[in-house]
Design a protein around this ligand. Sequence first.
Ligand SMILES: [Fe+2]
Length: 379
Amino acid sequence: MSLRDCKAWKDAGLALSTTSNEACKLFDATLTQYVKWTNDKSLGGIEGCLSKLKAADPTFAMGHAISNGLVLIGTGSSVKLDKDLDLAVRTMMEVSQTQTLTPREQLHVSAVEMFAKGNFPKACDLWEQILRDHPTDMLALKFSHDAYFYLGFQEQMRDSVARIYPFWTPDVPLSSYVKGIYSFGLMETNFYDQAQKLAKEALSIEPTDAWSVHTIAHIHEMRAEVKDGLEFMQHTEGHWKDSDMLACHNYWHWALYLIEKGEYEAALTIYDNHILPSLQASGAMLDVVDSCSMLYRLQMEGVSLGQRWQAVLPVTKKHTRDHILLFNDAHFLMASLGARDLQTTQELLTTLQEASESPERRLQPAADSCRHQLHLQCS
Ligand SMILES: [Fe+2]
């Protein structure tokens, strides 16, 4: 993989304030893995790249911005909850104030600061400002796309990409992935035909594009094409199963088709083999909500779950007092109810009530981008 150095970023109109080519390449490696939803072992994974990046240039502001932004996207945390994150954001701000950054970099730093404080809409406004002048800024595109996803802002997920899509000519690195990102926004706003066409284009260029696979999984779900959906997931599994940040969610979609067919044991097998192990390995918020909503669906269908809620509860329990997204809270509640942990349930509801009454807390609405996440059937 050819990674962009200082000159390559500058030539692309996305200059980075560092003299370290190593830091620039590691920034590119991190961004690429984020776009692909994959920790690439040959690159050292995202964490490996970020630690080398910080060593290469500890004052590289965009390195701090991507690092903090990825923690926020992956964990759904905030500076109010996480002392390490709080310190990391403070460091990012200090680093950015002791040098002259480009206006684009300054906006990135401010956006991540807003995101860290829980002000998702303001962060999105700042990323959109970047995209106005720098339509090929993939970090601004991905961060805003994912933040809109959390907010359930479906039209924005589509229009944010629609505005910049013409600038992503095939010569721009990662351009095929923009087709997949745009396609998801189209699907979320019911333009299924256009979404499918674009996702297939993306997959014809890069079959391992797990986000485009995910879009097609949604389209089959929304059209109640259970048989087609199952066949698609089976045929493509080899391409996306190693995208460790999204594979769990794609397996979750696969299991949804099985639930709709009434094949509960097969759905449970996917849960046991892929969804729970992913949750236990990552603790990522997407894996948390997938685990909870899968078990909750099966329980509503009358399926005996054994001790499965007890395996999820230790992960969700740590978030009982977070109250960052109501969408997440609803899933933590499923776990504490499922495990019959009355104390945790009571604590979650009491602190949620307090948070809703506190002027300092900024509760975000339920993210309904994955609309069927909270519904048993969407068709
Ligand atoms: Fe989904």
